[in-house]
Design a protein. Structure first.
Length: 246
């Protein structure tokens, strides 16, 4: 459970960091499982999927995963290790008693070639009925630092509603807050130690920079909503057959 000051921080800033949520053994098991999964997935990716799932900045002949989708649905081991009663109690405290992870992602952000994620609001992607009922819990698998591309947040931006996003014409899925609106909220870095978690409200502006460092910045994000709430206006299609209810 969050204590009063953590709750107040989440409500005020729209995000909260909790270090040491999982121990090093759990983090090591998570890494081992992701490595197995990445190897299995690599073998079956089509050329088109490779453009989406691999880092496009890596040198010719080096294929590095940018992301893997739906770890909580696809990998029982990850579900069991990560979605513990302690984790669920945070979600229940913030958004409701019966929860759904309707989408989850592993962001690999590999050393040297990890690409940036521009400023965005999860709620523009997800289009929920109630903006206050989307919670992302982001687990740092490596130490996430300014050097290797930790998250940055616009403190208090969750109080400003959902803004229309734009996307480059050659990357229609890469939705972002228009620059002039993003500029109203200075983005502050939120480093998290491996095994720590970062929670954010679905409206909170956030981004991560590229990773030019020697160290990967892997993270696993879970997007929670209450079971009785619908996504009424999603910007992309979310596959209802892969939701996991808790
Ligand atoms: O990990 C990242 O770089 C982006 C994460 C993100 O946008 C999210 O978890 O909502």
């Amino acid at each position: 459970m969050l204590n009063e000051s953590q709750l107040a921080e989440y409500q005020d800033k729209g995000h909260l960091t909790i270090n040491r949520f999982y121990g090093p053994e759990t983090v090591a098991q998570v890494i081992a499982e992701i490595n197995i999964w990445a190897d299995e997935t690599r073998a079956e990716l089509s050329a088109e999927d490779q453009r989406w799932y691999f880092e496009q900045n890596a040198p010719e002949g080096i294929s590095l995963f940018r992301k893997l989708d739906n770890p909580i649905y696809n990998r029982e081991v990850l579900r069991r290790l990560i979605v513990t009663p302690e984790l669920l109690s945070l979600g229940k405290q913030l958004i409701g008693k019966a929860l759904t992870v309707f989408f989850s992602q592993v962001f690999m952000k590999p050393a040297k070639y990890g690409g940036p994620k521009p400023v965005h609001q999860d709620n523009y992607y997800f289009g929920p009925e109630d903006e206050d009922k989307v919670l992302t819990i982001w687990l740092a698998i490596d130490n996430a630092t300014v050097e290797n591309g930790c998250l940055y947040f616009g403190d208090g931006s969750h109080h400003t509603g959902v803004h229309q996003h734009v996307a480059p014409s050659d990357e229609p899925f890469n939705l972002m807050v228009p620059e002039e609106i993003a500029a109203e909220f200075p983005m502050t870095p939120a480093p998290v130690d491996a095994g720590g978690i970062s929670l954010h409200h679905g409206n909170t502006f956030h981004q991560s920079s590229e990773n030019k460092s020697e160290f990967p910045r892997r993270a696993l994000a879970m997007h929670f909503i209450p079971q009785d709430m619908n996504l009424i206006n999603p910007a992309l299609e979310y596959d209802q057959s892969v939701v996991v209810r808790f």
